[in-house]
Design a protein around this ligand. Structure first.
Ligand code: GLC
Length: 458
């Protein structure tokens, strides 16, 4: 049975520190291709955590939250710079020598390309809130060290820099897509996680006099961010038509085309891509720039975190229905669509052979994305789509030995450089299966994940 095998893999992946399980390895293959897949990645642990929460193993999630909290701010500091206490590592692992154990971190200082894990602390806060709701252990969040950690994260992420919008400005490769992929600036996935983090922090901070200003700032920031995403990121037929006829070079406050996006920059594939019932949040927005690519994780988290209104969530699901082959194909889910090809691939990825068109981050299919898809689809009543995606995965993933990703326009090929026994591929399936088969787990996950309230009249 695929599900039993998935739980087995999850069990084998546990990483121990001082005798306690504190995380899960990214992959459990003895001959793992990349050395760091034996480490526990913060983002990869999220679906492990959700699986543990549905099976009542809360303590593992708590151990993980504590471990990462203790590691935060332990990065190397460049000469002349100050330490950001709110930065959390991309990954960690435990080295045992005799009776000594050492936790080794990667804050991007060892990672390929030296990428910064902006998403780690965002996920940590969202997971902390999920843990508290699922376990009822609100005393943990109220502890002084945990409250301090929340404040440190907010201090880093809310720091004033060169803001011109409520969105969070990040370098390339700051999240799940952790290689150069033209995802610098204001990528959707980071914005959705940022929104989730703001809401979670708002709930978790103790409501006392010294937090009062921060708590009201958090509410204002999340409202402004939601408005911004609704206004600048959402696209459907109507909005697309407006962009198609955009006037440019408009100066001043009350103009329509504020970011000076030239209609000429609209890529050819957008012509006919959206039918009258479909829509989605675009991948990135900045001065003179709309990245029209469809990013699965950002769109699915928009539904889960309540950034998409009810109507918008249906429009995203309609897009999945009409573009099923392109966005799901033979293995859920395409990470982004369409792939960058030719000169665009050369310039935007630095000729990255791992990210050739329709492979890996550049339009590969990632089984881990099944969990947000199934949760989002079920949450908005699109059971048939959830069933279909789960069905494909159940038939194939275990047989293929839990690949990390698939290649090809249809996702029909096992990824050329893919790891096997990839843990988040298995936990993605576990969660999707739990949501479909067990109403209790569905209800638990639904309440554990933070949710805002976009209105349909937005
Ligand atoms: C790759 C992925 C990243 C993931 C890591 C471990 O670096 O791009 O998203 O966290 O592998 O699975």
């Amino acid at each position: 049975m695929p599900i039993e095998a998935a739980y087995d893999l999850l069990e084998r992946s546990l990483i121990y520190h001082r005798g306690r399980p504190v995380g899960t390895a990214a992959a459990c293959n003895d001959s793992v291709v990349a050395a760091n897949y034996k480490e526990c990645f913060v983002r990869d642990f999220v679906p492990s955590a959700l699986a543990f929460l549905t099976s009542g193993r809360h303590e593992i999630v708590r151990n993980f939250l504590e471990t990462v909290m203790e590691l935060s701010g332990h990065q190397q500091v460049m000469q002349g710079h100050k330490r950001s206490m709110g930065l959390m590592p991309a990954s960690f692992h435990v080295v045992v020598e005799g009776d000594k154990e050492e936790v080794i971190t990667d804050f991007g200082d060892r990672a390929i390309g030296r990428v910064t894990p902006v998403d780690s602390a965002l996920w940590w806060m969202i997971l902390l809130r999920a843990y508290v709701v699922a376990s009822g252990d609100s005393a943990f969040a109220a502890r002084d060290d945990v409250q301090r950690c929340i404040s440190n994260i907010l201090d880093l992420y809310l720091r004033e820099r060169f803001e011109s919008s409520p969105t969070l400005l990040v370098p390339d490769a700051a999240f799940m897509i952790d290689r150069r992929m033209a995802v610098y600036g204001y990528p959707l996935e980071i914005q959705t996680l940022y929104y989730g983090m703001l809401l979670a922090a708002h709930e978790l901070l103790i409501d006392n006099e010294s937090n009062a200003k921060l708590i009201s700032d958090l509410a204002a920031l999340s409202d402004a961010l939601l408005d911004h995403l609704q206004h600048y990121y959402w696209i459907d037929r109507q909005r697309f038509n407006q962009m198609h006829r955009f006037e440019s070079e408009q100066f001043g406050r009350d103009v329509v085309n504020k970011l000076n996006v030239y209609p000429e920059s609209i890529p050819g594939w957008m012509d006919g891509w959206l039918d009258a019932r479909s829509g989605f949040f675009v991948g990135n927005v900045g001065p003179g720039r709309i990245d029209f690519r469809f990013f699965a994780q950002g769109n699915l988290l928009s539904i889960l975190f309540g950034i998409a209104s009810g109507d918008q969530a249906q429009s995203i699901m309609n897009l999945y229905l009409t573009r099923w082959d392109a966005l799901v194909g033979e293995m859920p889910m395409k990470i982004l669509y369409p792939a960058m090809v030719g000169e665009q691939w050369r310039f935007s990825t630095g000729s990255d052979p791992k990210n050739v068109p329709y492979s890996y981050h550049n339009g590969g299919n990632w089984p881990v994305l099944l969990w947000p898809f199934v949760m989002a689809a079920v949450g908005v009543g699109r059971m048939e789509l959830a069933e279909q995606a789960l069905d494909i995965t159940m038939r194939r993933l275990k047989k293929d030995n839990w690949p990390e990703y698939y290649d090809g326009r249809l996702g029909d090929l096992i990824g050329r450089r893919s790891n096997f026994h990839q843990v988040w591929s298995a936990t993605g399936l576990i969660i999707a299966h739990e949501v479909m088969e067990h109403p209790d787990s569905r209800a638990l996950l639904d309440s554990a994940l933070i949710k805002g309230h976009a209105r349909d009249d937005k």
